[in-house]
Design a protein. Structure first.
Length: 276
């Protein structure tokens, strides 16, 4: 009952934040066009004495124009003070808790075992990806996830290996409810830093609630109220020990403003996944 009340409170807080972010006005710097004084002489005289007669002029009709387009991701940040404070907390949590634990864990457990653990939990969490594929109308992706579950749970030894990808070329369909909402043109809303979870936005924070409900790891709450949290912390430590730690450190340590760097990287990554 207590968990249900906490979940409802988080839902209300998320929706309240969403409503605020929708009506928050983005402050934009005013730009004035330069004033051009009108000249009374409508036909100015051009001095052509210095023009090189050998210069060849190109006809505009014969020029092939190249369309150069750049994909820019604009991030709305309605709560910068709050987000920076939570980012600083998560950053300290990573460097002083998760990284030391992951290094000790890495020294004890060989990489092949850690990869097996990751494969196992990826296999266990298939329902979330499967249903989000269905929600997005990606029926082929849903079929791929179902096939992966069957193959890896049997041939793959309860999911500790991934023969579905190695021998059957069935790639993981990385879908979540935030991407599902994005596929239906739901705006990201304001950027949000979530304690313990890291960068997010209003849309993905709401999607996290649905993904938590679809995650079989959540069912461990019937064993112990702390079991899901412990399992997810262990998954995070295992993932950091494999490769994610280097990715985060390489991003923030080379950035002038680590908060902006992580915010921009998250927004671009999410936009890319939604388009796929």
């Amino acid at each position: 009952m207590r968990k249900l009340v906490l979940l409802m409170c988080f839902s209300v807080l998320t929706m309240y934040t969403f409503n605020i972010s929708l009506f928050a006005e983005d402050s934009t710097a005013s730009r004035e066009q330069p004033v051009v004084s009108e000249s009374g002489d409508k036909n100015p005289v051009v001095d052509t004495s210095d023009i090189d007669e050998d210069v060849e002029y190109v006809d505009d009709e014969n020029v092939d124009y190249v369309d150069i387009s750049m994909d820019a991701t604009f991030v709305k940040d309605s709560f910068p003070s709050y987000n920076r404070a939570v980012f600083a907390f998560n950053d300290k949590l990573y460097y002083y808790f998760f990284r030391p634990l992951s290094k000790g864990y890495k020294a004890v457990l060989p990489e092949v075992a850690r990869l097996g653990v990751r494969n196992f939990f990826v296999n266990v969490r298939t329902p979330g990806r499967f249903f989000n594929c269905l929600f997005q109308g990606k029926f082929r992706g849903a079929g791929t996830e179902l096939s992966r579950l069957i193959i890896n749970s049997t041939i793959g030894g309860a999911g500790f290996s991934d023969p579905a990808k190695k021998y059957f070329h069935l790639d993981l369909q990385d879908e979540d409810f935030g991407q599902t909402l994005g596929s239906y043109n739901t705006g990201a809303g304001s950027h949000l830093e979530l304690p313990f979870f890291g960068p997010s936005n209003v849309r993905d924070a709401f999607g996290l609630i649905i993904d938590t409900a679809l995650d079989p790891v959540t069912l461990l709450m019937f064993v112990s109220p702390y079991a899901p949290t412990g399992a997810k912390a262990y998954i995070a430590i295992n993932d950091i020990s494999i490769d994610k730690g280097d990715t985060y450190e390489g991003l923030v340590e080379q950035a002038i403003d680590p908060y902006i760097a992580v915010q921009d990287a998250y927004a671009q990554n999410r936009a890319k996944k939604i388009k796929e």
